[in-house]
Design a protein around this ligand. Structure first.
Ligand SMILES: NC(=O)C1=CN([C@@H]2O[C@H](COP(=O)(O)OP(=O)(O)OC[C@H]3O[C@@H](n4cnc5c(N)ncnc54)[C@H](OP(=O)(O)O)[C@@H]3O)[C@@H](O)[C@H]2O)C=CC1
Ligand SMILES: Nc1nc(=O)c2c([nH]1)NC[C@@H]1CN(c3ccc(C(=O)N[C@@H](CCC(=O)O)C(=O)O)cc3)C=[N+]21
Length: 367
């Protein structure tokens, strides 16, 4: 009971704070051109679209993988890309409206956050803002840093049985005394919009199986590649990092898209020898400037997932985000690079909306 009361109070205060953040939301300020050309080096900057469409090519159905990925060129794509993005953005909001008009329900997302990390607060606010913008309902449960495992799991369990909540997300990282594995023991598989459940990850790994949800960040990486006209099939891809949330599912997804995948991690010797082979490099470590220009094959496509908050008093929030890639060097070598911020972060949020919409449609049997 106490947890429920606390949750409701926090919901109110967070949504108030969100209004203040609206002005600086990457969703509202982002350019509609998701590919910008860096004129000085001929490298494309793969910006995240404001929102992506719901009709990403269906790779899961067998035997269709020769049709969808034959984009002719990753150059001169900007006009088509803009059209697709605007179309995609309106599509999620339209689907939410269609659902409300037909059955009187809108998708609902519950976010549980433990502790007071500033960067986590920013990411969560961005998620809530994004929900608002497409007409979804959202709620944030903020638990104190020293909350018990029981409190956390009770919060998850209460959302499992709340019919207005279709997706539940526990923001990571958790304080050390809490075990992330316990969450997936409790969280309803049908509400796992983060794609963390072992069954969802396992089903990405196995041929002929369909996960209910694909983790948002890896899904966003693939979506951005596809939307940017970058062919994955047959390419050499390297993923740096092998976490359950990003690296592992990213490597599995690239494989499902028929790339030849290598994984680099903390114990890999001479990682730069491996990354220099990559046509596509996805890096998810959390170490600023780990990837230097000389780690890249000329013409490579570089997706920088890393977001490390670095103290910077001159910034509004007292910190700025840095990716894993030395951006200034990468743009001189790569054919395309995602910036931080403005690259994969907003894609992650867009995929969360897609997953939440899917969850709601499934829950209400709404087609
Ligand atoms: N933009 C977005 O939407 C998102 C961004 N992120 C960001 O991505 C980054 C990674 O997140 P997450 O996967 O959760 O982090 P984890 O800390 O869970 O995983 C980091 C991975 O990096 C590997 N690693 C550590 N040091 C090195 C090194 N020197 N060389 C190569 N690999 C190394 C680790 O290897 P090992 O397994 O051997 O320990 C591990 O697999 C963070 O900056 C996070 O903030 C995360 C999620 C979403
Ligand atoms: N259960 C769980 N799921 C996650 O998806 C998850 C998580 N835990 N823990 C932390 C990471 C990180 N992450 C980001 C989300 C949005 C931005 C984002 O919006 N970035 C903006 C800028 C942010 C800002 O406004 O400063 C951008 O890159 O343009 C970044 C990073 C999700 N993560």
């Amino acid at each position: 009971m106490m947890v429920g009361y606390f949750m409701r109070r926090m919901t109110v205060s967070m949504s108030w704070q969100n209004k203040a953040l609206r002005q600086r939301s990457s969703f509202t300020t982002m350019t509609h051109n998701s590919i910008l050309k860096d004129s000085s080096h001929g490298c494309q900057i793969l910006m995240s679209p404001t929102l992506v469409s719901l009709d990403s090519p269906d790779i899961w159905a067998s035997n269709n993988h020769h049709t969808h990925y034959q984009f002719s060129s990753n150059r001169n794509f900007s006009n088509e890309q803009t059209a697709a993005v605007i179309n995609g953005q309106s599509k999620i909001a339209c689907e939410v409206r269609r659902m409300e008009d037909s059955i009187g329900n809108v998708p609902g997302l519950a976010v549980i956050m433990v502790g007071d990390r500033r960067d986590s607060q920013t990411y969560v606010r961005n998620k809530i803002l994004a929900c608002e913008e497409v007409g979804m309902v959202s709620t944030v449960t903020a638990l104190p840093n020293d909350c018990t495992e029981h409190e956390l799991l009770s919060a998850v369990a209460s959302f499992n049985v709340d019919p207005s909540v279709h997706g539940v997300l526990v923001q990571l990282p958790l304080p050390q005394h809490l075990d992330v594995r316990k969450i997936s023991d409790v969280l309803s598989l049908e509400k796992d919009v983060d794609g963390f459940h072992p069954i969802n990850i396992g089903n990405i790994a196995m041929r002929g199986r369909e996960p209910l949800f694909i983790s948002c960040t890896p899904k966003g990486c693939i979506e951005l590649l596809i939307r940017s006209g970058i062919e994955i099939m047959g390419k050499k891809a390297v993923v740096i990092g092998r976490s359950n949330i990003v690296g592992l599912p990213a490597s599995l997804l690239l494989q499902r898209h028929h790339a030849t995948v290598s994984i680099v991690h903390a114990f890999t010797e001479n990682p730069e020898h491996i990354t220099r082979e990559a046509d596509i490099l996805i890096t998810a470590v959390g170490m600023p400037n780990l990837v230097r220009g000389n780690w890249l094959k000329p013409g490579a496509v570089v997706i920088d997932v890393g977001t490390s908050p670095i103290e910077d008093a001159s910034c509004e929030l007292g910190y700025r985000l840095m990716g894993d890639v030395c951006y200034e060097e990468a743009v001189r070598v790569a054919s395309a690079v995602t910036p931080v911020p403005g690259g994969i972060g907003p894609m992650t949020i867009a995929m969360l909306l897609c997953n939440t919409l899917d969850a709601a449609k499934r829950a209400h049997n709404f087609i």
